[in-house]
Each structure stands twice: as structure tokens, then as C-alpha cells.
Ligand binder design. Sequence first.
Ligand code: F0G
Length: 459
Amino acid sequence: MYSTYKTIIEPFKIKSIEPLGFTTREERQEALQRADYNLFKVPADKVLIDLLTDSGTGAMSAEQWAGIMRGDESYAGARSFFTFEKVIKDLTGYKEIIPTHQGRAAERILFNIIGGKDKIFLSNSHFDTTRANAEATGAIAIDLPAPGALDFDKSSNFKGDMDLNLLEKYLKENDPGQIAMVILTVTNNSLGGQPVSMKNIREVNKLCKKNNVVLFFDAARFAENAYFIKLKEEGYSNKTPKEIAKEMFSYADGCLMSAKKDAIVNIGGFLAMNNSDWASRAKEIEILGEGFPTYGGLAGRDLEAIARGLIEVLDEEYLNYRIKSVAYLGDGLRKHGIPIVEPPGGHAVYINAKKFLSHILPEKFPGQALACALYLESGIRACEIGSLMFGKNNNGKFVPAPMELVRLAIPRRVYTQSHIDYVIETFENLAKKKNTIQGLRVIEASPVLSHFTARLVPA
Ligand code: F0G
């Protein structure tokens, strides 16, 4: 059992290190201009602490690196595939396991089978690539977050839940054949990294069964979700994270997973399901684009690292540190009056830029303005989740996103508490000069997933 001391310690020691990118303010100013105020275009060696994403940025364990050496690189039937398959079958209970090179490849394959014109995807919230892959088939992706999910100031336990009343309404009003599937994103990345309760999962399952609709998880952060259930939901405090995760998976027909999050690897993903017809079709599509179904665009060594990561991520000592250390960042920001999405999520703290920079209108991208100011102040890189990512252009009219957030995503097992203290101190300084932060204007943007490539200038 873990320590009951107040001090959270990283439950690992460090064997291999990488230098941080120290820069001067002038260098950062120049880097921002060269990157067109788009942080995806800033070279990583000019970043001090990189909180852009928790995806593919985790540190692997000695055991995972040992697995890399053990990897079997046979084209077909590699031993590493069977190790991978066994771990995922044991965890999820699903029959068909299909590796992919990352999460969005799993989305693309599956949605090509079940999507199409006029089909409807329903979710607590689709992640941006999930939405884009659904929409690319001609389908409509609809978010049904629980009431209160957008009330960022108000803390409650399971703000990642799906709105059951709206779900029931959509299921009733549409022919079951028209609903491609229901997807529960655990945890809900687009709205604060908030967990979904087991109660909600069970209810969503009941509604789907009753209406003959398929339920899948977007399981990128399933272990963090399971640990929140253990901490916050009645009846789960004595269960292990693995028991809870298994129960979660038992209520769905399959899952898509980006292994770059809770499998703590730098690349990888998978599709898992019970429907063998869909699996056969998925494998056909897989061969066209990803590779033979026992490696799916990955190397045998990657499959070993994922298998090991899926075991390590469910370690209670690790999850306790993970959830508490993210909350520690939230506590520090709150102390300096920074408005965050309450409560802090599992993988990230989200800052409410609309509230923090209330002098910047949504059309001037307050989230992106804050992310740029944060970088300029001390070289910390974060990600906007607001109108740059989700805003729309309706015949020339700007339609803002419902939220203007900046996500400080914490890579797994990478940064220590002093790094986090540095982030908190940067915000203490930013809060003093927030009125000097200016909005931005987009000068060029592509129609799909434009935030990755958009060019901006100070407004
Ligand atoms: N689903 C969720 C909930 C995600 O957060 C992501 C990726 C994906 C699917 C797609 O997976 O990147 O392996 O293709 N999220 C990253 C992020 C990019 O920064 O949150 P992928």
C-alpha cells in the first residue's frame, strides 16, 4: 500500500536523462514569430517544459526497454504479437485484437466500416481526430456531455459523464441503423480530462442494449478513469484499478485505444472488439494501409512495450502519484487566482482562458494568446483547446467553440515536482501582467484539423 505522507514522491528513480531547452526571452520571441504563433511549429529544443501533450511523451520503464530488446520482428505471427494480444484480451475481455500505429489509425479503420453518409456518432465528447475521422466518412459526430460539464468553476466528481436524457432522445428519434455507434471517451479529454463514472457507463450500456446500438470506449486514458472511480465512486475503494478497468470494459462491445497515453509508449494503438465480421473487415483495411494484422504498422518491439505498459499503468502506486501530482499543479494555480477547469483532470490541468483573459474576445483566440504568452514568459509549451481547435467558419461567419481552454498536459513519468513548481511560478508572474496579453488573428488555416498548421499574427 502507498505512503500516507502528505509529500507525493515520484514512484520511480531516473536512469536516463535528457537536457531541457533553455532559451532567452529574445530567442523565444523569435521562435514564436517564425512559428506564426502556432506552438506546434516551435522546435522542441526551444521548449523548456513541454506540456503540449501527454501523448507519446511518457518515459518508458527499464522493463519496457528490456521488452524492446526482446521484440520479435517476424513479419507474420511474431511472438510479440501474442504477448500483446494476451495482455489486451486479459484486460478487456474482447476477442479480436488489432494493433495499429496509433489511435487515429484505429479510428480511421473502424469508421470506414461503420461510418458513412448520414450516420450518427454519439459521444460524451469526441476527441478532435475522432470527430474528424467520423466526419471524413460523411457521418455526423454529436457530443452529449452531462449537464454541468461546461460549468468549469463548479467541481464535481464525474464531469466526464454522458447526458443520459439526451442520449435516450437521440436513440429514440433515430433508426438504430442510423446510429453508427456510441463512444465513451475515458477520460473526457476535450472537456477537462474528467472521468466517467461506472454508474454512467452502466446506464449508457443499458440504453445502447435496449436500442440495439453498439457501445465502444475511446480508451486512451482508461487507467486514470479507473483510478478516479476507485477514489470517488461508492463501492470501489477496495477494488484494484485492474478490477475496475475490467468491469468498465465489460459494459462495451469494444474499444479504440491510442497506446501513446495510458500504455506509456511513444507510438502505438489498437482496436479491440467482439464482432468478428467487423474485425475481418478491419484486418482487410489494415493490410492496405497499416500492415499485416500481427504488427499493424508497428515493430514487434513496440508491441512488447505496449503490453508491459498496460500492466504498469494499473499499478496503484503509480496511479496515486499520477492523479495527485496533476492535482498538485491545479492547487498551485488556484492559489495564484488562475481559473482552472474544476476539478483538475487525470492527465492535465485546463486553464479557463475565457475567464483569465476576459479582455480578449473569442474571435481573437484567448486560449492561443495565453499559450503563446506562457511560452514567451518561460518556454513552457501548452495546447489550446478552444476556438482555434474547434471554432467553425460558417459561410464567412466565425462560430466560436463553447470553451476557450489551455491544456497543461503532463507527460507520464517525465517531469518532477520542481518542474511543476516552475510552471506554477510562471503563472504567478503571468497573472500580474495578464492585461498586457494581446489576442491573435488567423491569417491562414486549412479546413481540416487546422490548429496544427494555422498561421497567426498579433491582432
Ligand atoms: N482519442 C483521444 C481521447 C485522444 O486524446 C487522442 C489523442 C486520440 C484519440 C488519437 O490518438 O494521437 O494516437 O492518434 N490525443 C492527443 C492529445 C493527440 O494531445 O490529446 P493518436
